[in-house]
Design a binder for this molecule. Structure first.
Ligand SMILES: [Fe+2]
Ligand SMILES: [Fe+2]
Length: 163
């Protein structure tokens, strides 16, 4: 079992935030008027905050894997609204994992987070670590906020997450 990393700094995520692919994702819509970039950072930030709250109850997380996996959970470089694909929701976790795997050294937890975040849509691919369960939940929570336009974030200019 790998060691849980319970502290994280900007240095742990800057390679992802500054990658050309992440920067490019500012141009693609995720929900409503929220870009894939903003959505991904929002999911990472919400996951991080929820994990910090749960830590007070003694439930510990590998924060570095949690945040890195959350940032990469939708790591695909296209606007899924352009060529409407009914199966996008089902297909993109596998694609995001493939893309992320090419660019970054992923831990088992990060792989689990990316591949399983659309559960229960991906029926048999259910999260197998608590970090993946948390991101799976945070993704749905942020998606709801964005779909109903009740979010209060825009991460295009600031990097969010640990701020
Ligand atoms: Fe997704
Ligand atoms: Fe997402």
């Amino acid at each position: 079992m790998s060691k849980r990393v319970t502290k994280i700094t900007k240095q742990d995520i800057i390679d992802i935030l500054q990658s050309p692919e992440m920067q490019q994702s500012k141009n693609y819509v995720q929900h409503g008027s929220v870009s894939v970039y903003s959505h991904s950072v929002a999911v990472a930030e919400h996951s991080y905050k929820m994990a910090k709250s749960l830590e007070k109850l003694g439930i510990m997380f590998n924060l570095k894997s949690l945040v890195r996996g959350a940032l990469l959970h939708d790591f695909f470089q296209y606007d899924w609204h352009d060529d409407w694909d009914l199966l996008h929701g089902w297909k993109h976790p596998r694609l995001a994992l493939k893309n992320a795997h090419k660019q970054f050294n992923l831990t088992m937890r990060e792989r689990d987070i990316i591949r399983k975040h659309m559960w229960p849509m991906t029926l048999l691919n259910f999260p197998t670590c608590r970090e993946a369960w948390l991101v799976c939940f945070a993704d749905k929570y942020c998606s709801l906020l964005e779909t109903f336009k009740i979010y209060k974030y825009d991460y295009h200019e600031k990097e969010g997450v640990l701020s």
